[in-house]
Design a protein around this ligand. Structure first.
Ligand code: SAM
Length: 295
């Protein structure tokens, strides 16, 4: 029977009063804004584990105080992982302690620290148990109105302008929906890159401050996106529709058609429009192909 399952109940039914098991590392998702989003199971585990490894102990202390939880807080961030991870794994293995890994907000390891602790715990044969919950990219995908059956999450794009634009150009050919995190002081620059590089009819959404007082979402076509109207405050996720699959036009035919046009100096947009009109190719696919050839 799985940990926490109710004896005799349907598989997957969990007891409401769920306690931490010894020698177990729990990877606990915490709210991305609204404290009510912490699951009952996560509250219970944070109250009963021996220690909580936190990205920023000041931040997690507030959550623990809200829960009335007294577990010892251990600081775990990129700068001290090499020193702290072995000590935490030793405590799980030799003292039978139970531990929880949290980040400042959302799901640990998703653009957040914790990977080395999870890896080391697994290598040491320790049970690593997820407590799923809030995650900004998943929340954004759930309201973006785009295909989320398959998607690509890119985390943060490069901060430097040239590298970021190059990455957006590479992503232009991605046929799955893609999503990125962005900081408020770079959101307009990213929106500018998207507008510059992607076809105007591609759908895009930005969401900010999910689950918080100033939660906001915008959805529309790239051509309607106005970078200057995006507030430069709060936390953002940007979700972009993937490039369409080519509509029955084989790659080599598309390339043979596009290459001479691009060599002759035609812009990517114009060449793609011609491929659509002359070959019947899907515009998004022709655009992505032309962009790749141009590079
Ligand atoms: N581990 C977290 C998760 O599961 O979503 C992500 C941590 S990452 C360091 C922080 C980024 O996530 C922010 O810069 C922002 O792009 C995004 N983010 C976090 N909270 C958010 C929120 N409430 N609304 C929109 N985006 C958010």
């Amino acid at each position: 029977m799985m940990r926490g399952a109710v004896a005799g109940a349907e598989p997957g039914t969990f007891m409401p009063d769920w306690n931490a098991e010894p020698s177990t590392l729990y990877v606990v998702a915490t709210p991305i804004g609204n404290l009510a989003d912490l699951s009952a199971r996560a509250s219970e585990v944070l109250r009963t584990v021996t220690w909580v490894a936190a990205e920023d102990t000041r931040q997690t202390r507030k959550l623990m105080a809200h829960l009335g939880a007294g577990a010892r807080l251990r600081s775990l961030h990129r700068g001290n992982e090499a020193r702290t991870v072995p000590a935490l794994v030793r405590s799980l293995r030799t003292t039978g302690a139970s531990g929880a890994l949290v980040s400042d907000a959302g799901t640990p390891l998703v653009s957040d620290p914790g990977r080395w602790l999870v890896e080391a715990a697994l290598r040491a044969g320790i049970a690593v148990v997820p407590l799923p919950g809030p995650c900004a990219v998943v929340a954004a995908l759930s309201v973006a109105g785009l295909d989320a059956a398959r998607f690509v999450f890119e985390g943060f794009l490069p901060a430097r302008a040239v590298a970021r634009r190059r990455r957006v150009a590479e992503l232009a050919c991605e046929t799955r929906t893609w999503a990125v995190y962005e900081a408020p002081h770079r959101i307009r620059a990213l929106a500018g890159d998207i507008k510059e590089v992607l076809e105007p009819d591609r759908q895009v959404a930005w969401v900010r401050e999910l689950t918080k007082r100033h939660e906001e979402a915008w959805r529309g076509a790239v051509g309607e996106l106005d970078p200057e109207r995006i507030p430069e405050r709060g936390e953002f996720v940007v979700v972009v529709e993937g490039a369409g699959e080519e509509a029955g036009v084989p790659d080599q035919d598309l390339d043979a058609f596009l290459e001479p046009l691009l060599e002759a100096g035609l812009g990517v947009r114009t060449a793609a429009a011609l491929a659509r009109d002359c070959l019947g190719a899907a515009h998004k696919a022709a655009y992505a192909r032309a962009l790749a050839l141009k590079r």
